[in-house]
Design a protein around this ligand. Structure first.
Ligand code: ADP
Ligand code: ADP
Length: 220
């Protein structure tokens, strides 16, 4: 069975807005899947269902193996770092919550901060970091529990093009090294095509899939 499958999922929010209409999609383990579409077409709602933050009005979500606690990492456009905590403490938080022993947790945090290029900023506070660096810290925090699935909702939309391109490349490097699956929501077709090995293109309204396109074919 696929790693994750949405079957006939529809979502009607309590105020009556229909955000998804009978969506079906299967995601294989290790895939980097882009979900592309205009604002309001239901992309975030798909991620909320996968994260278990909302329940479908109809249809269901199936896993080959349901993720354990810490098994899903999430990164949003706004880096939600705690302003009063140093970067290393922000990144270690999920491990503290999971009661991972301090020595092991510190080693994992240091390794991950080095991987995202923040080794020299472990002791810094979020306000001392640029937007791109805050995003790197958020990615490190999302990956520190070694999740099998990473959900990203327009993570780089607020960043300048150069920073965004660097983050795209570094995300691909992390994905190549560790074996997580990615669902990456973006309104940028360019970004989706650059990053993903498959793109789900949403129709404008009301929350339907327009196309499901493989992108990992070699260029001639
Ligand atoms: P996208 O991520 O593609 O911008 P969303 O999934 O955020 O789309 O939203 C899809 C539709 O559902 C939009 O019309 C939006 O206004 C609506 N919507 C999103 N969240 C809520 C909510 N909590 N309550 C009511 N309507 C919502
Ligand atoms: P994004 O598209 O960046 O993911 P959101 O999903 O937060 O943004 O919101 C998308 C749209 O859904 C917004 O335009 C907002 O008006 C609407 N929305 C979000 N939450 C609610 C809510 N609780 N009730 C009604 N509308 C909502």
């Amino acid at each position: 069975p696929p790693f994750l499958e949405l079957r006939g999922v529809s979502k009607r929010y309590p105020n009556g807005t229909v955000a998804l209409s009978d969506i079906s999609m299967a995601v294989g383990e290790g895939e980097f899947l882009a979900i592309v579409g205009a604002s309001g077409c239901g992309k975030s709602t798909i991620l909320r269902h996968v994260a278990g933050l909302v329940a479908p009005s109809a249809g269901d979500i199936r896993w080959s193996r349901p993720p354990a606690a810490g098994g899903i990492g999430m990164v949003f456009q706004e880096p939600t770092l705690m302003p009063w905590a140093r970067i290393q403490d922000n990144v270690r938080l999920p491990l503290d919550l999971a009661k991972v022993p301090r020595v092991e947790a510190d080693a994992r945090v240091a390794a991950l901060l080095a991987q995202v290029g923040l080794a020299d900023f472990a002791q810094a506070y979020p306000r001392e970091l640029s937007g791109g660096m805050k995003m790197r810290a958020s990615i490190a925090r999302a990956l520190v529990t070694r999740p099998r699935l990473l959900l990203m909702d327009e993570p780089f939309a607020a960043l300048d093009e150069i920073t965004r391109q660097k983050l795209n490349d570094d995300l691909l490097a992390l994905w190549g090294e560790q074996c997580f699956t990615v669902l990456f929501v973006t309104h940028s077709v360019y970004e989706g095509v650059y990053l993903a090995n498959r793109a789900i293109v949403m129709a404008p309204r009301p929350g339907r899939i327009h196309a499901d396109i493989p992108l990992d074919l070699p260029y001639p």
